[in-house]
Design a binder for this molecule. Structure first.
Ligand code: NAP
Length: 276
């Protein structure tokens, strides 16, 4: 064991909006741990140099966010199978042997959030409908397939991106044309928005939602605002709704545990800290 105070942080650009520092600092204080968690705005052209320098400065790992989640895979020495399959990493661990280990915990965070917010949802019962085919969608679809969902239907504005996702993640993924996205609601028990639509400063999600049924679970990865228009419409239709903040909290757990040696708890205090 080293007597150095461990450092961790989050790398992105821009980074000022990140809620990870408040959350990780809350966990450090709650668990009485020595450590610091620092937001770092790093440009793409500096990414490799910055990451290779961090272990020498006392960093034990970092979270990685937009726009670096894909490019860190080329910098890491070891990439987990799930990060390879997703094509992106959000958590780096700087190992004692000098190797940089990359993992993706977004799918884990997504499923834990769903299990907590919709405990009665049974993955194997019915297909799931996913809007979007970006980096977050890949993590979500991989997690849903792992959880035993019989079929994941995806619709994305740019269909080729959805086709690529389906090719990479296997035969249980079915691509639906973006204009026919509402048809996915016919037999799905879960609807997930993984697009950035509905986020503060972005366009609204305009997919017609008349097909929502009260027995469905609806979750949105967007958490600014916390209650998106999609979640409002789902609530009005009697669905169980799960907001996206819980995913942010749960995806942070494995990194914190690896860096600081304690598994933190996702509870109302952690939620409040992330919202501060
Ligand atoms: P990304 O790779 O850039 O993907 C963005 C997705 O949104 C794509 O499917 C894109 O479709 C779609 N989109 C954007 N503008 C659109 C428009 N005007 N009309 C239709 N579709 C549009 O981003 P990402 O990393 O997947 O993140 C997506 C969202 O999830 C973001 O809001 C992010 O903050 C959120 N997120 C939340 C968590 C959490 O912990 N809650 C974790 C990760 C991500 P095209 O392919 O057609 O462009």
């Amino acid at each position: 064991m080293s007597d150095k105070i461990p450092l961790a942080g989050v790398i992105g650009s821009p980074i000022a909006h990140s809620r990870s520092p408040q959350l990780q600092r809350h966990w450090l204080v709650t668990h009485g741990l020595a450590g610091h968690y620092i937001p770092m705005d790093v440009k793409a052209s500096d990414l490799a140099d910055a990451i290779r320098m961090l272990p020498k400065l006392g960093f034990v790992g970092v979270n990685v966010t937009i726009p670096h989640k894909e490019s860190v895979l080329d910098i890491a020495d070891l990439v987990t199978d799930r990060a390879t399959m997703i094509g992106a990493a959000n958590t780096l661990i700087f190992r004692a042997d000098g190797k940089i280990h990359a993992d993706n915990t977004d799918g884990y965070g997504f499923l834990e959030n769903l299990k907590t917010g919709a405990p009665d949802w049974k993955p194997s019962q019915a297909p799931a409908a996913v809007l979007g085919a970006g980096g977050a969608a890949r993590a979500v679809v991989a997690a849903l397939l792992d959880a035993g969902v019989p079929e994941v239907q995806i619709a994305n504005r740019t269909q080729i991106r959805a086709d690529r996702l389906a090719e990479d993640l296997g035969h249980r993924v079915r691509v639906v044309d973006w204009v026919h996205a509402p048809n996915m609601l016919d037999d799905a028990s879960l609807l997930v928005n993984t697009t950035s639509l509905g986020m503060v400063g972005k366009a609204d999600l305009r997919v017609p939602l008349d097909g929502l049924r009260a027995e469905m679970v609806v979750t949105d990865l967007v958490y600014t605002p916390l209650k998106t228009k999609l979640l409002e419409a789902a609530e009005a239709a009697g669905c169980v709704t799960v907001d996206g903040l819980g995913m942010l909290l749960h995806q942070a757990v494995p990194g914190f545990e690896r860096w600081f040696g304690v598994r933190p708890t996702v509870d109302s205090a952690a939620r409040a800290a992330a919202l501060r």
